[in-house]
Every structure is written in structure tokens, then in C-alpha cells.
Design a protein around this ligand. Structure first.
Ligand code: BGC
Length: 428
């Protein structure tokens, strides 16, 4: 018996990004960063999952998983290796990938920017430089014209908020800046890039469905009755969860250091892509200069290998909250857990889907769920140490092995819902 049935035509899929799975993306800023020994254990993405060559095998796995959707990204540095020069063989390669998905009746969700930039873009100042907006749009126009008959669902930018945060405020990702002003500048440029890309995509494909993949965090105050902890919570919520999204809903960019009317940004999503993983407890700490922000995960919380708190209820809260704000259909573009032994993932998967189901029951229009990730891959600054895959990858042999969670996910996709058996087995 199916206990939690999902709507007809629901998209069940997984997500990956080019740099994390393809291998040998030698022409982008991440490759450069890795080559300088900046990733944990000095790892480099190298061949990654060799997905560039093994995509047929991987798509076959997706088919066996009974999925009807797959999210991946196009690598800008392959398509446009230097300014204004487009590489025909890479364009053809992605065309083959898209046709191969279509032949298997798998709906592609295509991301145009997922954290990496061509080296030539980085050299010109990356997303701090306004000109990058125009560069990006030329690339977008080219790609969308090439693939217009193969792709309906587009994601312009993956997690502009997380990208700006990690690369320009926290100094974790290239170019390792630590400046609130720079972070805001990058967000501002990315909003403009998204809004204009939205327009371009719709000129070429009138019925396209366009969004961003938006990383949403739950921030809870460490001490709910502390005035200062709540101030910090509000500050982070605005900075991380709201500024970008508000701009593409209202056309008004309102951030520390910068307020700007960007009328053409108003109403530039057709659905909202949500990436949800975890919650952070936040508070005021006089010792952490310059922002006095303490980020904290309670000792006794259940955590992933990454140390991220497992908080399924947050998924429901996030989906409800952003549905109220956006009033457009939602697609979960990422949700998943780093868990090499696959001990916690079955429960993570089921409990999160049940929370999503609860939101759907209460009237939220959710069109699909794309799990992060299909397979273990190159987890950015953490290298290969964090394992998010439903499929385990042996990076020495490139062998793919099904994790139990992969089989569970197959069962869910096949039934378009969660059965009593799965609940009995994994949630009791
Ligand atoms: C990113 C992925 C990443 C995942 C897990 C998301 O923020 O879009 O690229 O692998 O989180 O950290």
C-alpha cells in the first residue's frame, strides 16, 4: 500500500553539476584553485566520475532507478573556452547527452552556471566585474539557441546566494574573498545576469520554465529569548535567504551598502527551484570579528558526515514559507545527505519526502523532487571526502555501485509515492 502518494506527473530525479562529475574541466577557476593545493587533502577533481565519457552508462542507471528527470549543468568553460570563441565539439557533446536523456524519456533540467567560471572570466574579475553579466548573456544565448528543442526547464544560476557567500564572504571558494561589500556586489551582478537571461530564454523558447536553484537555510537563534541572537538571525536570513529572491520578485534590490531599482528583474521566475539541506543555530558572539556571528550545530543533534544537522521539519517550513512568498510552483532542485556508509540516508530521504508531502497536502504546488546526488562526486573544497550519492563511485576504477538508498529511491519513483513497507522498514 502507498501511504504517501505524490501528484500525477511528479518529477522524480537526481542532480549533478558539470565540474563535480565530468572530469578534466581544466579551463575553469576551480581547476586552478585545486591545482594550488587549496582543497582538503590537496585533492584535485581530476577525472571526477568521468561522466563526460560515461554518461550513457549513468543515464542507464537513472532509467533503472525509474526516474523521469535529471538535473545537470553545462560547463561554460567548455562551451566558450576563450572570450567569444565557441567550441563546436563541446556543444555537440551536450546535444548528444540531451538527446540521450530524451530517448530515455528523462526530462532534462539544465543549469547554466554552477559555481565554476572560465579562467578568462575569472581573470577579468569574475562576478565582481559588471562586464561578466554581458559575457554570461552571450554564452546563455548561444546555449539556449543550440538546445531550444531539447530543453524546457532551465536554471540560470545555481545558488547565487551560496556562491556569493562562500566565494566572497567566507573565503572558502575561489577567489577566496572575505568582504561583505564584495558579496553584495556579486549578488547584485548575478541578479541582473539572471533577470536578463530569463528574458533571453523566453525570447527563444516562449513556453520555457526558468528559475534559479536557490539554497535555503533555516537559521534559528541559539537562545530564542536573546535579543542579540534574534538580531543575528534576522540579519543572516535577509542576507542569505531573502535579498536575491526579493529582487527577482519585486524588482527592488535592498542590501547593506546597496539599494537599487532593477525593474526588469521583477517577476523573473516561472517556478522556484529550492535546494534544502540543513539548519544552522546562530547567535551573537563578541569574539567573532567583524560580524559577531556565531554559527553552531548542537552537540546532540543528528548529523551527516559533513556535520550538518538533519532537520526534516525544516524542509516543510522552507517549502511553505517560499510558496507563500512566491506563489509559483516549486521544484526541489537539491536535497540530500553526505553519508558514506548509507546508514542515515534511507531515513533522511523518507523523512524529508514525508515533510514535502505534508506541504503538498496543504496546497503547495510542488512539481518535482531532484535528489542530490545521483552519485558520489567532487564535493568542492571537501574534495572526494563527502559522499552524497545514491550510487557509490569507486574513484580508482570508476565502478558504480548501488547503495541501498538508490534502491529505495527507485521504489519511490516507481510507485510515485512511499509505501507502508518502506516506512515499516526504515522509520520505525
Ligand atoms: C551545491 C552542490 C553541492 C551540494 C552539497 C549545494 O550547495 O549546489 O554543488 O555539492 O550543495 O554540498
Amino acid at each position: 500500500m502507498i501511504r504517501y502518494a505524490f501528484p500525477d506527473g511528479f518529477f522524480w530525479g537526481t542532480a549533478v553539476s558539470s565540474h563535480q562529475v565530468e572530469g578534466n574541466n581544466t579551463n575553469n577557476d576551480w581547476w586552478e584553485f585545486e591545482s594550488q593545493g587549496k582543497v582538503k587533502n590537496k585533492e584535485i577533481s581530476g577525472n571526477a566520475c568521468d561522466h563526460w565519457n560515461k554518461y550513457e552508462e549513468d543515464f542507464q542507471i537513472i532509467k533503472e532507478m525509474k526516474n523521469n528527470a535529471f538535473r545537470f549543468s553545462i560547463e561554460w568553460s567548455r562551451i566558450e573556452p576563450s572570450l567569444g570563441i565557441f567550441d563546436g565539439s563541446s556543444i555537440e557533446h551536450y546535444k548528444k547527452m540531451l538527446s540521450s536523456l530524451r530517448n530515455r524519456e528523462i526530462e532534462p533540467f539544465v543549469t547554466l552556471h554552477h559555481f565554476t567560471n572560465p579562467i578568462w572570466v575569472a581573470r577579468e574579475g569574475g562576478w565582481l566585474n559588471e562586464k561578466t553579466v554581458d559575457y554570461f548573456l552571450k554564452y546563455v544565448e548561444k546555449v539556449v539557441k543550440e538546445y531550444k528543442d531539447l530543453v524546457r526547464y532551465w536554471i540560470t544560476i545555481n545558488e547565487p546566494n551560496a556562491y556569493a557567500f562562500a566565494s566572497y564572504l567566507m573565503g572558502m571558494f575561489p577567489p577566496q574573498e572575505k568582504s561583505l561589500l564584495k558579496m553584495i556586489t556579486v549578488l547584485n551582478n548575478m541578479v541582473k545576469a539572471h533577470a536578463k537571461a530569463y528574458e533571453i530564454i523566453h525570447e527563444i523558447i516562449p513556453d520555457a520554465m526558468v528559475s534559479i536553484a536557490y539554497n535555503v537555510m533555516i537559521f534559528d537563534p541559539i537562545n530564542p529569548s536573546s535579543f542579540f541572537d534574534k538580531k543575528i538571525q534576522n540579519f543572516l536570513d535577509r542576507l542569505y535567504n531573502l535579498i536575491f529572491l526579493e529582487t527577482i520578485l519585486t524588482g527592488k534590490f535592498s542590501a547593506p551598502f546597496k539599494k537599487e531599482n532593477i525593474p526588469y528583474a521583477k517577476n523573473t521566475i516561472d517556478y522556484l527551484g529550492i535546494n534544502y539541506y540543513t539548519r544552522l543555530h546562530v547567535g551573537f558572539d563578541i569574539k567573532t570579528f567583524p560580524f559577531f556571528v556565531k554559527l553552531y550545530v548542537p552537540e546532540n543533534a543528528e548529523k551527516s558526515d559533513f556535520g550538518w544537522e538533519i532537520y526534516p521539519e525544516g524542509f516543510y517550513k522552507v517549502v511553505k514559507r517560499f510558496w507563500e512568498m512566491v506563489k509559483k510552483p516549486i521544484i526541489i532542485t537539491e536535497n540530500g545527505i553526505s553519508d558514506a556508509k548509507d546508514e542515515k540516508r534511507p531515513k533522511y530521504l523518507l523523512s524529508h519526502l514525508i515533510e514535502l508531502h505534508r506541504a503538498i497536502q496543504e496546497g503547495v504546488k510542488v512539481l518535482g523532487y531532484l535528489h542530490w546526488s545521483l552519485m558520489d562526486n567532487f564535493e568542492w573544497a571537501e574534495g572526494f571526502s563527502q559522499r552524497f550519492g545514491l550510487i557509490e563511485v569507486d574513484f580508482k576504477t570508476q565502478e558504480r555501485r548501488w547503495r541501498n538508498s538508490g534502491k529505495i529511491y527507485k521504489n519511490i519513483s516507481e510507485n510515485n509515492g512511499i509505501s507502508d513497507e518502506l516506512i515499516e522498514k526504515y522509520l520505525k
